[in-house]
Design a protein around this ligand. Structure first.
Ligand code: C2O
Ligand code: CU
Ligand code: CU
Length: 707
């Protein structure tokens, strides 16, 4: 682990003390990160009773929306502010102060750097729960603390403690069934069977008595009534070409069980459309499923009337109906299409496909290009776990699946020759799940939603949230087996523990049986594409402009059944930056879009969701600050998507980004802020919403007008 020794600019001279002792602040203000999740007070020990301090946590700079290490542990960049430290010599044979980070078990102990009175920038740390110590030392480069600590504090995550109370409450409410925390339950009178629980967590006793207030729904076809799903086809289109696209039921055998899913043109994922930049194509869409639907062309700056948003740009296409989309592709990049009506059901069942918009000036050369859609499916003992008929279930955290799929397959594989450069174009099509992928080989990120980064950057893992895209180059040198692994952290609410979740999504086999790759050397240069740099320079000029508009991301739930509401209120002591997995499956499942209202609120007017009526003009460049409120009874990350435009994430928690790419979806971690610089370039009425499908269903959307 890198522990830089950096002295912040403008530190007071030794001995000089700022007036008031530093403090973290109480509540989260609009436009500011949550203080209790991003600051920890340092308390004095008897060795130096006058000393005071705080440590501030900023998400480490990252090309991704959530800064984590390859194991999924949040990566923070720390700074320390202290007052009242005496001369170190007063405590013994010491010359300076050193700050340390360690775990609650005091192993390992990491030196953060030299500190003193004033403000000091320290290195990044990635620890689940940690303790900060300040000790007097003979040398600023001591290997281990020698002096007695004078200041100490604990990370915000240390607020996670085992709860006796949820268990007691749950048992009180669960009644006779209450004591059996691990029973999955048999079929209940209302047709629901509780979801499979998370293997790593403790189920709250009594929670299996909870049921959603909607009826279960499953695809109505028998497997033998529908065609077998076909693998995705690549459809290369030229300007003016047309394509027929049909949403239909398909049969797919996964884990030896025939499931009825939905596919475009009988394929999961749907056809991969490869089009040249600036082309326009016609898509005749036909709805052969049992519910109304539309097709949305995610990330594409197309004509508003073809955006596929029901009741905003078109009426939903009824079963048996059709609609003609004319789609133009102004920006090179990787995009996707999916339904926009009850997408918690339709997209989850397999209705998604990619579009690759090629440009003349492409990336560096690669031996292979692999377009991968990441997804997850929730399956139980009886097959697909049902969806809510009248409204979405899992409205609190979104529907996390328990079976990860790459291009619709639970065991995706690729074989390449040694020395190959493989370019992965990744899309997260899951309802709620974000992934943190490692490839086990050198990896660099080159592009995101609507184009390339200012500079290619070496990464240890790729953190991707629903609807985001990242393009990464991976260099496979020697023969061997290279699994693609999702490594994340989860929180067990009952024990207060943080656990690791590790899941292999697929495998790349590098074999001498295939001819060696020719482009491994293309990995080396970290390119800084000239056109991108020039464009970003132009927009960086706007990055200093004051915030034009703000939105607060929050949630209300007034009708949650007891004990759900009670339990969730107990869970509020700490929220991790991101919920990577469904660690509270029963509680989450039982909340529906009828009970939970996720909210985008304009703090300037108090209007919420569809009441907000923002208007802009083509050519405006608008700075929008999103504040993810931890004051809500449940806080988690939201991947916020704006249709029909493109934006830059110019700052997070007020810290400017150092590597920009055009985006249409940006994740805002719990308690954090994100500043979007939106180029209003495309007239129309455009939806802005959270891309967790269940949050969208639970109201978390608005429409902006660009004229
Ligand atoms: Cu992927 Cu409203 O979109
Ligand atoms: Cu939670
Ligand atoms: Cu959300």
């Amino acid at each position: 682990m890198l522990l830089a020794l950096v002295l912040a600019g403008g530190s007071p001279a030794p001995g000089q003390t700022p007036a008031a002792p530093p403090a973290c602040g109480e509540r989260q203000d609009v436009g500011r990160p949550a203080p209790d999740l991003h600051c920890l007070p340092l308390l004095p020990t008897p060795a130096a009773p006058e000393a005071r301090g705080v440590v501030r946590l900023e998400p480490a700079l990252s090309p991704f929306g959530v800064a984590v290490d390859p194991a999924g542990v949040p990566r923070w960049s720390l700074s320390l502010e202290a007052t009242g430290l005496p001369a170190p010599g007063e405590l013994g044979p010491y010359r300076t102060w050193v700050a340390w980070a360690t775990t609650p078990l005091f192993a390992p102990v990491l030196r953060l750097g030299e500190v003193g009175n004033g403000t000091w920038a320290l290195g990044p740390v990635a620890l689940d729960k940690f303790v900060i110590l300040v000790t007097p030392e003979a040398t600023p480069v001591a290997d281990a603390p020698a002096g007695t600590p004078v200041l100490r504090g604990t990370s915000p995550s240390m607020a996670l403690q085992p709860h006796e109370l949820p268990a007691l409450l749950g048992m009180a409410v669960g009644g006779a069934e209450g004591g059996d925390g691990h029973r999955h339950g048999g079929p209940s009178g209302d047709g629901w069977t509780p979801p499979p629980m998370h293997a790593a967590t403790t189920m709250v006793p009594g929670m299996h008595a909870a049921r959603p207030d909607v009826a279960p729904w499953l695809p109505p076809w028998r497997p033998d009534e529908v065609p077998e799903a076909r693998p995705r086809e690549v459809v290369t289109l030229a300007d003016g070409d047309s394509l027929a696209l049909t949403a239909m039921p398909v049969r797919k055998t996964i884990g030896g069980r025939a499931l009825v899913l939905l596919g475009f043109n009988g394929q999961i994922p749907g056809p991969l459309l490869v089009v040249p930049e600036a082309a326009t194509v016609q898509v005749r869409f036909t709805n052969r499923i049992d519910r109304p639907t539309t097709v949305h062309w995610h990330g594409i700056r197309l004509d508003n009337r073809f955006d596929g948003v029901p009741f905003v740009t078109q009426d939903p296409v009824p079963p048996g109906g059709s609609f003609l989309y004319r789609v133009r592709f102004p920006d090179p990049g990787i995009y996707w299409y999916h339904p926009h009506h009850r997408e918690d059901v339709a997209q989850d069942l397999g209705l998604y496909g990619n579009i690759m918009v090629r440009s003349e000036v492409g990336y560096g050369p690669a031996d292979r290009e692999e377009v991968l859609v990441l997804d997850d499916l929730l399956v139980g003992d009886a097959g697909l776990f049902p969806w809510g008929r009248e409204a979405a279930t899992h409205a609190l955290m979104g529907r996390f699946g328990n079976l990860a799929l790459v291009n619709g397959e639970p065991d995706w594989r690729l074989e390449v020759g040694p020395g190959s450069l493989v370019r992965f174009l990744l899309t997260d099509a899951a309802n709620a799940r974000a992934f943190n992928l490692s490839f086990g080989a050198p990896t660099k990120v080159v592009a995101s939603d609507l184009g390339r980064f200012e500079r290619e950057e070496i990464v240890e893992s790729v953190a991707i949230a629903p609807a985001e895209r990242y393009v990464v180059d991976v260099r496979y040198d020697a023969p061997g087996t290279y699994p693609i692994v999702n490594r994340v952290r989860g929180v067990d609410m009952v024990t207060g523990g943080i656990f690791a979740e590790v899941d292999t999504l697929g495998v790349v086999e590098v074999t001498g049986d295939l001819p060696p790759g020719r482009h491994a050397a293309s990995f080396e240069p970290l390119r800084q594409p000239a056109g991108v740099a020039a464009e970003m320079e132009r927009f960086r000029g706007f990055a200093d402009r004051p915030v034009d508009r703000e939105l607060v991301l929050t949630v209300r739930a007034d009708s949650l059944p007891f004990p759900l509401g009670m339990l969730l209120r107990l869970e509020r002591a700490f929220f991790p930056p991101a919920e990577w997995t469904g660690s509270m499956p029963a509680m989450n499942w039982a909340t529906t879009a009828r009970q939970v209202r996720w909210i985008l609120e304009d703090p300037a007017t108090g209007s919420q969701n569809m009441e907000i009526d923002w208007r802009f003009r083509v050519g405006d460049v608008v700075r929008i600050r999103l504040t993810n409120s931890r004051e809500a009874f449940h806080a988690m990350q939201h991947p916020i998507h704006l249709h029909g435009q493109r934006f830059l994430v110019v700052a997070r928690n007020g810290v400017p980004s150092d590597n920009l790419a055009w985006k249409d979806t940006a994740v805002v971690p719990a308690g954090q802020t994100a500043d979007l610089l939106v180029e209003m370039s495309n007239p129309g009425r455009w939806m802005l919403h959270c891309h967790v499908a269940e949050h969208l269903e639970a109201g978390m959307h608005t429409v902006i007008t660009v004229e």
